[in-house]
Design a protein around this ligand. Structure first.
Ligand code: ADE
Length: 225
């Protein structure tokens, strides 16, 4: 898989891809992540990328030409399965969308800023708009990192224990059960005895019951469908 991210603030994306699981996935060649600085496509000697909005009103709008030129440049090299715009008024991101996107070959993600981008880019070029939740961030970069992380960890070979992504919360519309590690007793607080018996079928049953209980308590909406 390859992910191209277009941003006016490329530095914001250095750390999410420079550590831990994502870094290892990139080093092992399981995914390529390329961050493109929109200012490289800015207009004039000030490399302008935003302008006042038609009709008046506060806040700058990201201009059509730099974004268009950057996207066209990337499209010359390869076809993209989706050209995604990160925006609070997009489709709410969830595990189902992450699963769907993890099967794609080439993704492009555009990060918005200020008042957003010229609507003509959204109408003509963007194929998918994603929000990571009902709140407004300063820009789309952190949202793009969230989406990329959730996709990349699903690529086979990225997690050491490949099966572990299958047991994540939300994969079967259930939250994950509680987990414990050594010591078996601390401060008089004991781990559930079943987990120390070695009876794996029973442990599986217990975990499933716990997942249902936790989902009923915390996210009953997940059980409704
Ligand atoms: N940009 C600003 N806020 C956002 C959000 N909630 N989701 C995606 N992109 C955003």
């Amino acid at each position: 898989m390859r992910i191209d991210i277009i941003t006016a603030l490329p530095k914001l994306l250095e750390s999410p891809f420079g550590d831990s699981i994502l870094k290892r996935a990139i080093q092992r060649g399981l995914v390529e992540v390329h961050v493109h600085d929109l200012k490289d496509y800015g207009l004039g000697k000030h490399r302008q990328i935003d302008d006042y909005q038609f009709g008046g009103g506060a806040g700058m709008v990201m201009m059509i030409e730099p974004i268009f030129n950057c996207i066209e440049n990337l499209k010359k090299e390869r076809d993209y399965d989706e050209i995604i715009y990160m925006t609070p008024d997009g489709k709410r991101f969830d595990q189902r969308i992450a699963n769907h996107l993890s099967l794609k070959g080439n993704l492009m993600i555009l990060c918005g800023h200020y008042k957003g981008i010229d609507q003509r880019i959204r109408d003509q070029i963007i194929t998918m708009e994603i929000s990571i939740g009902d709140y407004v961030l300063s820009g789309g970069e952190l949202a793009a990192a969230v989406v990329s992380d959730s996709i990349i960890r699903l690529i086979p070979g990225v997690l050491n224990d490949e099966s572990s992504a299958l047991f994540d919360s939300f994969q079967d519309d259930l939250l994950a059960p509680p987990v414990y590690t050594r010591p078996a007793e601390f401060n008089g607080w004991k781990v559930p005895e079943i987990l120390t018996t070695g009876n794996f079928p029973k442990i599986d049953d217990w975990r499933h019951d716990q997942a249902i209980k936790r989902t009923e308590e915390r996210r009953p909406d997940l059980l409704e469908d």
